[in-house]
Design a binder for this molecule. Structure first.
Ligand code: SF4
Length: 124
């Protein structure tokens, strides 16, 4: 049996609880330091299939800024983040853009949309 102890911070909310997580044969068996049950859930996902939100920018033509901030609508598998960022570098959108507009649907077939995180009007 393999038993290890990991220290991690829950990033689910701004509290950022520091947790001590016991993992036995790849399964979380004990979590200490979480203030609420979401911390245990975060630890279980972090150990088995870690995910991260992706925030980035894409090029925009005709906008008041040269780059449009974008964000994933939900967390993506951590190991796919770099590939997703590369995919976003290929995209050029046209102004105007409204916050929440889908910029890249179902990125890399992962079932997550990348959306604009702000309005970006057309340059006058
Ligand atoms: S354990 Fe709960 S309170 Fe602590 S950071 Fe995670 S979500 Fe926030």
């Amino acid at each position: 049996m393999t038993v290890e102890t990991r220290t991690m911070n829950c990033i689910t909310c701004p509290m950022g609880c520091e947790m001590t997580v016991t993992v036995e044969n790849g399964v979380v068996t004990k979590v200490v330091g979480n203030t609420c049950p979401r911390g245990k859930k975060y630890a279980e996902i972090e150990v088995t299939a870690p995910k991260r939100m992706l925030t980035s920018t894409v090029k925009i033509n005709g906008g008041v800024l040269p780059l449009l901030p974008v964000v994933s609508q939900s967390p993506l598998p951590k190991e796919s983040i770099l590939d997703c960022a590369k995919e976003l570098r290929k995209i050029i959108v046209e102004a105007p853009i409204v916050a929440g507009q889908v910029i890249c649907g179902n990125i890399l077939g992962l079932g997550v949309n990348i959306v604009a995180s702000r309005d970006l009007p057309k340059v006058q």
